[in-house]
Design a protein around this ligand. Structure first.
Ligand code: FES
Length: 104
């Protein structure tokens, strides 16, 4: 794993997902409220590769725009089928930048 600068925090959509392509990975960066935090997951939905960064966000959950599977962003699990997971990455905010611990 390697800590990598991914995006300026100010460029992340508030209360929504932002798509980032970096180092061969497609990521969805979610800037969430109450408490304010950033969650980074793989952008491709585990069902059929839907665009999770474009999904509707409600509190800590995102609904895939393709077939409406819903994921708990804090746990990385599908709320309808908890055995279905999405990859989450460790995140730190440093100097206004989102840093993510990505696989080598
Ligand atoms: S691709 Fe996400 S629910 Fe089908």
């Amino acid at each position: 794993m390697a800590w990598t600068e991914v995006i300026e925090l100010s460029r992340c959509r508030d209360g929504a997902g932002t798509f980032v392509e970096l180092a061969g990975l497609e990521l969805a960066v979610f800037r969430l409220r109450e408490p304010e935090r950033v969650v980074v997951i793989d952008n491709a939905c585990p069902h059929a590769s839907g665009n999770l960064s474009g999904g509707e966000v409600t509190e800590s959950r995102v609904r895939c725009p393709s077939h409406e599977w819903e994921f708990d962003l804090d746990r990385g699990v599908c709320t309808q089928s908890p055995q279905v997971t999405v990859q989450r990455y460790p995140v730190e905010i440093r100097g206004g930048m989102v840093w993510v611990d990505l696989p080598d």
